[in-house]
Design a protein around this ligand. Structure first.
Ligand code: ADP
Ligand code: MG
Length: 405
């Protein structure tokens, strides 16, 4: 009988004892130090380092309650995250942390320490640039999304996996925060930091044609079991250092529309672009950053398109996919979904309960107001015109129109 046969919320000293008992990662007499490093809202993330060597690891531990609000939240998210990381690691080697151990009782996932990387969102806020980021992210999505679609995966295997990744509680968070609340504000938690309520009323709460499109996208999210998606792929879930990109935190994974991941990446690259566009501080890195991030958005969309078509052509088992028109149609559906999702993400991260730092940390109130307006105008156009916005030029034309509003 050990202390770890029934779930409890572990603290730093428990984690040290746990790691020593359950893994051979460290030597039996190695002195270990443990610190909680989580900056997220939901889980507890610990870093365990050896005082005698350079070895270290990360323990991500799920409590029965959400960390930020204390509401109950299914611990099954930890199993989903562990399985999704293993799944993605096979399909896209080196792009996710290695999983060393998973414990369904204590609800903890022990993985590779990526502390030599930095969170991409923070780097983009500081106007740092990285070679090939668009290409690397597009490749990751093509490699991890397509294999679990009905175009490639055996139907029986797919249904078995759909079952394994049923993720009701975390999907409910997305359904509410991304699709419903930004437009209806039923819980009254929406806010803008630099614009008044009248703007939200006019642009979001009373726009019925927008509600209709948000409803369609929501019903798609609820029912389109297209592929095993990451489900929360924003720039806070991406670690980066020169020459290496790692995607973390797939606890929202489930079988949903592929465009959900693609659109999230696009929106989260537009946030730092919008931040830089409104910046009048004279920061010397700004112009290069604007050029680079636009190029990265372009590279991301175009590499995704090419990679997607190629992988589909080579790997599809679905007989209809032998026809090029079918493959093009399939891609276009994903790209339209992506555009709609990018629009939703731009809006919900500006007005909703989970905002992004790219916008909230803009110091000057006038600049912040301009950024909020841009996010919402561009978001609306992406949602309403998603059938026509499928390449990077159309995105940038929409962005120009939002700037001239
Ligand atoms: P949550 O799901 O609770 O939001 P995250 O998975 O986003 O938690 O992790 C929270 C933070 O912990 C990350 O922003 C990062 O700073 C740190 N972290 C998470 N996983 C790792 C890892 N494998 N290596 C190093 N740091 C990590
Ligand atoms: Mg998370």
């Amino acid at each position: 009988m050990t202390r770890f046969e029934e779930h409890f919320r572990m603290r730093e000293n428990d984690i040290v004892e746990y790691v020593k008992e359950k893994l051979d990662f460290f030597g039996p007499n190695e002195l270990l130090r443990c610190e909680e490093i989580g900056d997220g809202n939901i889980n507890y993330v610990f870093r365990v380092t050896s005082m005698d060597s350079t070895r270290s690891l990360i323990v991500k531990h799920a409590d029965i309650a959400d960390r930020s609000c204390g509401d109950p939240l299914a611990v099954d998210r930890n199993r989903i995250e562990a399985n999704a990381l293993i799944h993605q690691g096979v399909l896209s080697p080196g792009m996710v942390p290695k999983v060393y151990h998973f414990d369904p009782v204590m609800c903890c996932l022990v993985m590779e320490d990526l502390s030599d990387h930095k969170i991409l969102r923070d780097e983009l806020i500081d106007y740092r640039t990285f070679d090939n980021l668009g290409r690397d992210l597009a490749e990751f999505l093509v490699d991890t999304l397509l294999p679990s679609t009905d175009m490639i995966m055996d139907q029986l295997e797919k249904k078995r996996l759909v079952k394994e990744y049923i993720n009701p509680e975390l999907c409910e968070i997305t359904e509410r925060l991304v699709f419903t609340e930004p437009f209806l504000n039923g819980r009254g938690k929406n806010s803008l930091t630099a614009l008044d309520e009248g703007f939200a009323d006019r642009e979001l709460y009373s726009d019925k044609s927008l509600h209709l499109e948000a409803a369609k996208l929501k019903m798609d999210f609820l029912t389109k079991a297209q592929s095993l998606i990451h489900g929360d792929l924003h720039t806070g879930s991406i670690f980066i250092k020169e020459g290496s990109v790692k995607v973390i935190d797939p606890e929202f994974a489930f079988f949903g529309p592929m465009g959900y991941d693609v659109g999230n990446i696009i929106a989260n690259l537009f946030f730092p672009l919008i931040r830089a566009t409104v910046d009048r501080s004279g920061d010397e890195n700004k112009e290069i950053f604007i050029y680079w991030v636009q190029d990265t958005i372009r590279e991301f969309i175009e590499s995704f398109r090419l990679g997607f078509l190629l992988k589909l052509k080579v790997n599809a088992r679905e007989p209809f996919a032998e026809d090029e028109n079918v493959r093009e149609w399939y891609l276009e559906e994903v790209l339209k979904d992506s555009t709609g999702i990018a629009g939703l993400e731009l809006i919900r991260r500006t007005i909703g309960a989970a905002k992004v730092k790219d916008i909230t940390t803009i110091k000057d109130e006038g600049e912040r107001a301009m950024a909020e307006r841009l996010c919402i105008s561009l978001g609306k156009e992406l949602i309403l015109s998603r059938d026509r916005i499928m390449d990077s030029d159309s995105y940038f034309e929409a962005f120009k129109r939002a700037q001239s509003h």
